[in-house]
Design a protein around this ligand. Sequence first.
Ligand SMILES: [Zn+2]
Ligand SMILES: [Zn+2]
Length: 215
Amino acid sequence: MIFLPEPGSCGGRLDPTQALVPDDVATVVDWHLRPPRWTGVARTVCGHIDYELIAVNHPELFDRREHVGAPAREALWEARRVLAEVGLVLQLEVQFEKIGDQLALAVYGAGVAGRLTDKLWTEISPLLTTCCSMVREPRPDIDLLAGSLTPRRPAITRGRRVIPAAIRPAVYELDDVTHTWWSYEVFGTLREGCVCTAHTPAAQAVHIGPKNRAS
Ligand SMILES: [Zn+2]
Ligand SMILES: [Zn+2]
């Protein structure tokens, strides 16, 4: 991994001699990479990369991780489309991880700059909220332009907006943040009876099967 951002890029690039990330994926993510969190190889946090296309060409990269608690991939792409229709960009935090000697992709975050209108919230929140997610919204009274110049106030948990389909995230806070952001755990624990999109057949199998590392 080489972290030497160039002007106009939002991150670093892969070592050109690396063999873990397929060439067609490397070409797309180069200059968007940031140092990994935890045990990953690298990660991206931006809205520049078409992960839907990567998932079409390499579904195994996402399947390999068996990530419990993140939204179903189709829900992510749908949120991206809905936001794009009004000129907003879905940003994704995707970590590149090594499982054995193979690459796997895990989605640890999704969100958008600013605070969503009530109409957009109604459309987006059931797509991105899972019972294993932490949701942070900018407080209604935040001055987004002042941003980090003002002292950060304690997060508040009242005045939260309703999420359609009665999906309850693990944590929901209004805070002095500039993005509406959903974070997903490394190993989520699905809530029984919940209808969020994290309850895919694959996730259920991992969740109740012998490979359940969340319990
Ligand atoms: Zn980028
Ligand atoms: Zn759920």
